[in-house]
Design a protein around this ligand. Sequence first.
Ligand SMILES: Cc1cc2nc3c(=O)[nH]c(=O)nc-3n(C[C@H](O)[C@H](O)[C@H](O)COP(=O)(O)O)c2cc1C
Ligand SMILES: [Fe+2]
Ligand SMILES: [Fe+2]
Length: 401
Amino acid sequence: MYNSIQLADDIFWLGVNDRKTHLFENLWPLDNGVSYNSYIIVDEKIALIDTVEKSKIDEYLNRIHDIIGERKIDYLIINHMEPDHSGGISEILKENPDIKIVGNKMTFVLLRGLYNINTNHFLITDGDTINLGKHQLKFIITPWLHWPETMMTYEETEEVLFTGDAFGSFGTLNGGVFDDELNMDFYIDEMRRYYSNIVAKYSKMVIKALDKLKGIKLKYIASTHGPVWRSQIDWVLKLYQDWATYKAEKGVVIVYGSMYGNTEQMADIIARRLSVRGIRDIKIYDASRKHLSYILSEIWHYRGILIGSSAYNGGIFPPVENITRKLEDIEIKDRLLGTFGSSGWNKAGVKGLNKWAQSMDWELVANSPETRGAPEKNSIAMCIELADAMADRLNEMYPDK
Ligand SMILES: Cc1cc2nc3c(=O)[nH]c(=O)nc-3n(C[C@H](O)[C@H](O)[C@H](O)COP(=O)(O)O)c2cc1C
Ligand SMILES: [Fe+2]
Ligand SMILES: [Fe+2]
């Protein structure tokens, strides 16, 4: 018998923890695991909201039976079709042959494609409602958070918003489920990493969704990953608004790629000067070592970005180039940029970085220090100039910090 975890009257959390999978989407490190959250509303009619990843199906079905016994589920609401949430649909359908699978047009395109399920479809459009007895569900179509079919489901009686991936976080839920039960510093970092890795590309759609939610009373934000929010609703809405509009804190992320330590030395020279100039949050990452996932999260966190690269076969050092391509892809805006690097003969690293910089439309704070081999007098002076220019801009932008 599992402990059932109740959100509100008749509404239960049905999340499972995945501590086994190494990479989310076979791409993003799950160093702290991840939870897949599903929810169930037990009323005259029973509604299940999303399912979980396939590997957790036995635990999941047992948990459902503990709550509803042999009763059948009337509705399966699909807010998102990605397999980390849709992995249980086939089993749920098998156990509940008369279930209505609730989704929008695009949901069913994906349901057919991924699972070849052509029956039990219950089509809804934006604003439609379903009455369960005491509880009423309203559907809010919010595409591209983070696939084309994504939507949210609002439970009107208890004011619970089931948001799918939006407001989600990496990290398993280790006992605590609600924001006030958890040390949220950890989850904010994991939530920002989730945002920058998974959602960031669709920041414009996040703003559209947040606009659509304005005026809706919210007591709970129940995402498909990580904590359920009930104590800091306004705060988390504001956090998402800030991330989606590229707000950032005072601080500098220095990312470099360096084979023999020349470019790395420049990073340290720049960092020291930034510190002398009063910058407290300075993060340095070796792009060969630190996974892109964490670097993206830090770039989402801080305003100042310094990218260094040695020249490598006529271009940018590959792990650094990978980061630049990803930044281009997610279209992050409003950062202060500086570039630097070392080469043997043709400055190919810095040249490549500066070509990329043009496509980003970020403010370039100073000329790029470039050195042949180890940093010498002239390039050291340029590193100091670059750090000074970055510190000046940050001190102007954040005068009180
Ligand atoms: C595999 C390899 C490829 C390189 N390609 C270039 C190049 O295309 N252009 C250039 O100017 N230097 C090139 N170099 C030289 C390095 O960029 C140079 O030694 C630089 O100082 C290394 O800086 P680092 O210690 O930060 O890696 C290459 C070096 C290696 C090992
Ligand atoms: Fe997703
Ligand atoms: Fe997800």
